[in-house]
Design a protein around this ligand. Structure first.
Ligand SMILES: NC(=O)c1ccc[n+]([C@@H]2O[C@H](COP(=O)([O-])OP(=O)(O)OC[C@H]3O[C@@H](n4cnc5c(N)ncnc54)[C@H](O)[C@@H]3O)[C@@H](O)[C@H]2O)c1
Length: 259
């Protein structure tokens, strides 16, 4: 097999959680462009179906799917549906996130809700889907974290803007998802299941100009991430091109964390 063929995801079946969100949509498009059949899964099935229709019109193989990762039954329903329709699950991208906490002093109940989705939910879906992958002795799990799983926040970025400071739950679960990546890489390696993480930087979405200018200066490349940037790294990790990489966290941040 030639090297370019190794990047192909033809015949692969993928689930992207939070697939209709900001980064989710980019990840779905990347996997679908590389040839995978992608289930776009989230609580908001309407927006998943809408994106699925858009992408089907462009010729991609995708479906919208309902998933609430705080609900074990919902995860099992999604897993059963994909197995009934496709017979296997090759790729799981844990991209969904809930940001209920709005600042350092937000109600502690919001912290608990955050953990339900972003910690317990991630572990629950990972082990349920991994059981299916184990049966085939093959699979890839990709967790999406953030620069804020590795770094503290720089309050200067937000000064004089209407953007709130990140809340403590985000720092907690973004760091956790990086190390749970290593845990599952260790546990699932004997089943030929690779588990890796991508820690992206901020996606440009017309944020406050002061924030954007300061953020750009913090990176080597002088810009925020665009909607294309994550596609290559996610396809690489999902494909045989990365066959000997597991337990890794790839910083996709224009050099911000290396500066
Ligand atoms: N947006 C950024 O600039 C940025 C920067 C760095 C890292 N990230 C990371 O990218 C990933 C996606 O972030 P985003 O900004 O695209 O998020 P987003 O808010 O645009 O989308 C999140 C998605 O998760 C889904 N979701 C929330 N709770 C769920 C649940 N209980 N079950 C199933 N789905 C649920 C939502 O419906 C939504 O589709 C996260 O891991 C985040 O940490 C984002």
């Amino acid at each position: 097999m030639g090297i370019l063929e190794k990047f192909s995801l033809k015949g692969k079946i993928a689930i992207v959680t939070g697939g209709a969100g900001l980064y989710g949509r980019c990840i779905v498009e990347g996997l679908a462009e590389a040839g995978a059949y992608v289930y776009i899964a989230s609580r908001n099935v309407k927006s998943c179906n809408k994106l699925a229709e858009e992408l089907k019109d462009k010729g991609y193989s995708v479906s919208g799917a309902e998933l609430d990762q705080t609900d074990t039954e919902s995860i099992i329903r999604l897993k059963d549906r994909v197995i009934a329709e496709q017979g296997k699950i090759d790729i799981l991208v844990n991209n969904a996130v809930l940001r209920p906490m709005k600042g350092p002093d937000g109600p502690i109940e919001d912290f608990e809700l955050s953990m339900k989705v972003n910690a317990t939910g991630v572990v629950n879906i990972t082990r349920i889907i991994a059981e299916e992958m184990k049966k085939k002795k093959s699979g890839v799990i990709i967790n999406i974290s953030s620069i804020y799983g590795v770094l503290g926040i720089d309050p200067y970025l937000y000064e004089g803007t209407d953007m709130g400071l990140w809340a403590p739950d985000y720092a907690f679960h973004r760091a956790g998802i990086i190390n749970i990546t290593r845990y599952y890489a260790s546990l699932l390696g004997p089943y030929n299941i690779r588990v890796n993480c991508i820690s992206p930087g901020g996606l440009f979405t017309n944020q406050h100009p002061k924030f954007v200018e300061r953020y750009n200066r913090k990176t080597f490349l002088g810009r925020m991430a665009n909607t294309e940037d994550i596609k290559g790294v996610v396809v690489f990790l999902a494909s045989d091109a990365s066959s000997y990489i597991t337990g890794e966290n790839i910083m996709m941040d224009g050099g911000l964390s290396a500066k």
